[in-house]
Structure formats: C-alpha cells, structure tokens
Ligand binder design. Structure first.
Ligand code: KIV
Ligand code: ZN
Length: 525
C-alpha cells in the first residue's frame, strides 16, 4: 500500500456549515485558488442541491480552479446526485461526486426510518447513479463510527463492488477515541475482501478535541485520505485541522514513518489568514501551527535556550508554514511593482483592484513606519467582497469622556447628498454604532466584537470583526423570523474607524443577501 496521504479539504463545504461562516462566490473562489496553491488533492467545493448559491459556487470552482479534484456533495437521492454532477462537470476528469447516507442504528431508526437492507440498497444505487456521471465517486456512511462494525463492513464491501473509488469513514459526531477508531479501520481491512479496490478515507469531527488524533490513528491503520479544513472550522466544534494533520506527519516522520502529503506547507499560514478573513472565524491565539502565539517565546529561559540553539524549544520553523514578514512595501511603489508582487503572492486581481490596493498601501505607509506582507494581505482580502457598498463611511469623529459622542457622515450609493448625524452612547463604539443605525434605519445587535492587530508595533493595523444580528424592524431579517448572524470586517490603523468599517460591511452584506433571489431551503445533513 502506498504511503501517500491524500488531503481532501472540506473548508468550503463542512467548514462553511458553521454559523456565520458563509462566503459569497468570489470569496469561495479565492479560497479555492489558495487551496490549489496549498496543493490539496481534493477540494470539496460545496453541497450543490443546498441552494442556488452553493450550486453556482461549485460550478465556478470546477470551471476556474486548476489542479485539485473538485468534489460536490450529494445525499443518495437522484435529484441531489444529478445537481452535484452538473455542478462538478466543468472539472472534467477531475470531477468527483461524494454521496452519503447514514448507517448507524440511531440514524436508521430515528432520522431515516430505514432498515439495514434499505440502507444497503440505496447506498449502492446512489454510487451507481453517480458513476453514470463521473468515474470518481466517493461514498460516506454517515455516523460510521457509531455503526455496528459488521454492518459497516457490509456497506463498505457493497459500495466498492458497485464502483465507489473512495470510501470515507466519518466520525460525524466526534465520538471516537483514537485507539478505537484505528481499530475500526483495521476491522474494515480485515473484513472487507475488496477493500484494496478503493481508497479508505476518514472525516473526523472535533467534539472531544480528538479529530486530529483520530485521523492519525486511522492513517496508521490504512486510511489514505484525510478530510479536514483550514483552521479546523466546521460543524459544531469543527473538523480535523488540515495544518495540524499535515505538520504532524511532516515534523514527526519518525513516528509516522514514510507517510507524505502533496501539501506545500509554506502556504499554510496564508491559507489560514485567508479563511479566517473570509469567514470571520477568528483563530485562537494559542491554536497549533497558525495561532499568533504558536511561534512566540515569552519566558526568559525559553528565549535564552532559543538563542543558544533554536531546537531547544522549537520543533518546526515559522518559515516552514509560511510565517515571515518582509519589509519591502513602501509608499514609493508604483502599481506595476505592487501588481507583480501580489502576483508572486498568488493573487489574481484586476488592474483596477491593483490600483486601489496600491493607493491603500500608500495611505497606510503614510500612517505607519513599516508595511508588512500581513498588512497588505489584510488590504487585499478586503477586496474580495462582491458585496455592493450601499453605505460608505464619509467622515467619523468620536469623543470619549463622560458623555461619549460620535459624529458620523455616511454616503449612500443612490443618494446625492451624504447623510450626517451625531449621537451619544455607553462608550465610543456604542455611540458610533447607534448613530450609524439612526442614519441607515437598521437596528443591529452585536453578538461578538473583536480587535486583532495584523502586525506588531504601536502603529499596527487593527482588524475588527463584528458579528451582528439585525432585527425585523429593518425588514432585512431572513424569512420565518430566524435570526441570522452576519459577519463584518474592517481594517484601519484607527480601531474606532475599523469598527465603523466592520459594522458597515455587515450592513452591506445583509442588504445584499436580502436583495438576492431567495435561496432554496438547505437540506439538513
Ligand atoms: O460529518 C459527516 O458525516 C459529513 C458527511 C457528509 C461526510 O460531513
Ligand atoms: Zn462532517
């Protein structure tokens, strides 16, 4: 058996399922392009039957992103499979259809109300229908880790016989323990006679914080595809984190002898930043590999050891995952030079976008001494929103003190004159948000607010992320009274201004979503 481990990235499907993490097509395309630069083997681009937006995103990625295979998810239902096939078709030979059906007793009895024989039959039918469209078909017995091992072996054998090229064993609810999950994979190798005709994959959720450990245990017992996401985002507590699986295999070659992936690890940090920016899911500071503190050494004794020999406290170098800052951006750079450097960084931008970014770099260079790659990345990522700027910030002045007061001027895309107002609040941010609400006529509640410095230094650029719900008075809430969390981001050296930009970004996203044609109901997984 080969020791090559395939990396199946599901950031755009399972990752996007976490509340508030939804991305628009342009954002998904940028993430997919970055995943291609990272050299993942398979991109699961979405669940095409879920909505027209999902379908269009999968289709756009299948048409435009070169390199990895492009997968679309489908239940074992004809209309799902047909829709997934249509969406991944532009990928040609690189198209994959991923069909799934739950196999555990609890799902059979309470969700599906199907006997084992019915599950077997539908699984085989689903695989066969998908094979009618493309030769690369993956099957997932959902909740596999809580399925009777004998029945799981029976389903695995049947779908391989039907032609499935990959069988994925999901730990859907993050229930597995590493030694048991490894043993389950071994059980399949011992009891499925045709198992060598397919690649065995695993898809581990992180409800007990064991997703990466379970994935590694599966590899040691024969799994050769790992399903994972950037920053470990995904349903509930998320999925196995791509960067942790990949770096564990790379750094601990002694423990995982010979296993290798195709991943270009120097693209890991950029991928993490991009996904965090696009989804608004902030990476915790102490997150392995990509957290702010992952390579920071605070204690004097550690710093002393590091100076004597890096390896005293460092098992991998920051550069190995692409974490380094160059000081080569400046206000004297013309847009040609900026465009060339951005292209080297892997960004595909229009001439107009490059000009806009160049202007922003110049403005930033006037405000702070050094402009780092990370500053520029934050500016570039801000361009990826296809959301029209209905409301723009014209002017902002905030006074703190006993009665915090904000004066705000906003520009509306369809109104000739800017609209100005002033108001007070419990603090400067509250005063500013209330004033924006009065001007726009919306009523937002912050469910989350965070500020992060993009680079170091007192003059660092601050990135503000807000998560907001808008109440029904503004007539922008989704139908059915459901409260939708909208994420907004803003970047500035002034954090009050960054907060205003983030809030306006959330407003513009909400208005945009509201105006778009109503999406079809997402089927539940
Ligand atoms: O967690 C899960 O079981 C899934 C399947 C659709 C693979 O996401
Ligand atoms: Zn999942």
């Amino acid at each position: 058996m080969s020791d090559q481990i395939l990396i199946f990235d599901t950031t755009l499907r399972d990752g996007e399922q976490c509340p508030g993490a939804s991305m628009n097509i342009r954002e998904k395309l940028e993430v997919a392009r970055q995943l291609a630069r990272l050299r993942v083997d398979i991109i699961e681009a979405g669940f095409p039957i879920a909505s027209d937006g999902d379908f269009e995103a999968v289709k756009a990625i299948a048409s435009e992103v070169q390199g990895p295979r492009i997968a679309g998810l489908a239940r074992c239902v004809d209309k799902d499979i047909d829709r997934a096939a249509e969406a991944v078709k532009p990928a040609g030979d690189r198209a994959r259809i991923h069909v799934f059906l739950a196999t555990s007793a609890i799902h059979r009895e309470h969700k599906l109300k199907m006997a084992q024989s019915e599950i077997l039959k539908r699984s085989v039918e689903g695989v066969k229908r998908a094979l009618g469209y493309c030769k690369d078909v993956e099957f997932s017995p959902e909740d596999a880790s809580r399925t009777e091992p004998e029945f799981l072996a029976e389903v695995t054998q049947a779908v391989i016989e039907a032609g499935a090229t990959t069988v994925n064993i999901p730990d859907t609810v993050g229930y597995a323990a590493p030694h048991q999950f490894g043993a389950l994979i071994k059980h399949l190798y011992d009891h499925v006679p045709n198992i060598k005709n397919a690649i065995i994959s695993v898809h581990c959720h992180n409800d007990l914080g064991l997703a990466v450990a379970n994935s590694l245990a599966a590899i040691q017992n024969g799994a050769r595809q790992i399903e994972c996401t950037i920053n470990g985002i995904g349903e509930r507590a998320g999925n196995a984190s791509l960067e942790e699986v990949v770096m564990a295999l790379k750094v601990r070659q002694d423990a995982f002898s010979g296993y290798q992936t195709n991943i270009d690890s120097t693209q890991i940090y950029r991928s993490s930043r991009l996904v965090s920016h696009m989804t608004g899911m902030i990476v915790q500071r102490n997150k392995a590999i990509v957290g702010d503190n992952a390579f920071a050494h605070e204690a004097g004794i550690h710093q002393h050891g590091m100076m004597a020999n890096r390896e005293t406290y460092e098992i991998m170098r920051a550069e190995d995952v692409g974490r380094s800052s160059e000081l080569t951006w400046g206000k004297h750079m013309g847009h040609h030079a900026v465009g060339k450097k951005l292209e080297e960084m892997g960004y595909k931008l229009s001439e107009e976008e490059v000009r806009r970014i160049t202007d922003q770099i110049k403005t930033l260079a006037d405000k702070k001494k050094q402009v780092y790659d990370e500053d520029v990345t934050a500016i570039v990522e801000g361009q990826f929103s296809e959301v029209p700027q209905v409301w723009k910030l014209g002017y902002l002045s905030v006074m703190t003190g006993e009665i915090p007061t904000a004066s705000v001027r906003l520009i509306h895309a369809e109104k000739k004159e800017p609209i100005a107002d002033a108001g007070t609040g419990d603090g400067p941010i509250d005063a500013m948000l209330k004033t924006i609400d009065r001007i726009t006529g919306l009523h937002g509640s912050l469910t989350d607010y965070s500020v992060k410095s993009v680079t170091r230094g007192k003059d660092a650029v601050g990135e503000v992320t807000v998560r907001v719900t808008f109440d029904s008075r503004a007539n922008v809430s989704p139908a059915g009274g459901e409260t939708k969390i909208v994420t907004g981001k803003g970047v500035s050296t002034d954090i009050i201004e960054a907060s205003a930009l983030a809030y306006l970004n959330a407003i513009n996203r909400t208005l945009y979503e509201h105006r778009r044609t109503a999406e079809t109901e997402k089927p539940t997984l």
